[in-house]
Design a binder for this molecule. Sequence first.
Ligand SMILES: *[C@@H]1O[C@H](CO)[C@@H](O)[C@H](O)[C@H]1NC(C)=O
Length: 420
Amino acid sequence: MFHHLPRSGAHKLMLGFLFTCITMMLYCFSTPTFQGNTPRFPVPAPCANKTPPSQKNKGSFSSSEVKHCVPKVNLMFLKTHKAASSTILNILLRYGEKQRLTFALPNGRNDFAYPATFTRTHVKDYRPGACFNIICNHMRFNAPEVEALLPADAFFFTILRDPALVFESSFHYFKRVVPLIWRIHGEDKLTEFLNDPQLYFNSEGFNSFYLKNPHFFDLGFDNTLEPEDPTVDSAIHAIAERFQLVLIAEHFEESLILLKDALCWQMDDLLFFNMNTRRPSSVSQLTPELRVKAREWNSVDWKLYRYFNATLWAKVDAYGRERMQKEVKKLRQRNSEMAAICISGGMAVEDQDIRDQSMRPWQPVGESSILGYNMKSNIEPQYRELCRKMLTPEIQYLTDLGVNLWITRLWGWFKAFLTL
Ligand SMILES: *[C@@H]1O[C@H](CO)[C@@H](O)[C@H](O)[C@H]1NC(C)=O
């Protein structure tokens, strides 16, 4: 609709400003109605009481699956960037809804004021003494503030991914919002950067944390440390103490089975489709040399990753390798059954091929490389709701849960406009 407008910078700025004003106005008008439809979930007792909500194990399961344990419902998931965390988020949102748990949700956007360090006031409808079951959106972790919002028995977990792949993904996804990438010349900016990171990197640069040890940053630590720094070891120790489980994206199903075991969940609680994946052609295949360089550049995350890869496999050994293989096979089978039931064509498609607007995923600035799904139209009634929720992208799901994502939406409009 704007393609006939002049493309000059001044016009863009003017229009951007106008957009901002209009959105602010819309927000002001929308606020009163919005406050009317909270809360959707039963509110648990204040965290001071530290009593987990009453448990009723209603699930139907075969005798072989009967567990003499109580499912854990108080959960802190640190959603790291570019590490399959959107897929976990979808699992958690569905679990929480099904069990009627309360979420500490962000306010106005889909993260807790990231990259600011988390404080409890970032939580939507926060009141002193408020207590929740689940926290699972992007944040820069801050243990005491998170602990204040959850019962004492809350289970903390997160996910890490090979830093070389995180770097490639992050570089690509955020390239238009990290100014220090703009300055890199040549076709292959990623290779240019890795050949001489010190030439381009500046820890003071806007959004520069996306390019160096982003997992360590998300966990609340200084991402510019050297791996030999004793602070790094004490940080890793602190993470191991605080997080009962650290999942590894490269061993995603194994990680989920360990999670199920730790939380006393059912196999059906783990069902998932890969969310927020990129079209294969937009993923650059790092050469072995570049992979080494990317890990060297992100050497603190690499140290972190290797440490928790080892703890993950120690847990797999304790669980039993053979038992694990069987469970992973079962999970994959259940997931492909669900894909056959829910997904039109059985697989992810390009953004422009997604028919239903509400199923379109959030895209990075300037492109539409993130794939999404079409839901089948003739799904049997008992699966319809589950399919829809499994396929709903994060932004739409959070909106369904009552988050008014006005800041995210404003940025979305502005983003679309920048790329006209
Ligand atoms: C992760 O641990 C497994 C099992 O010990 C090992 O085979 C693999 O090489 C490890 N990966 C990395 C990147 O260290």
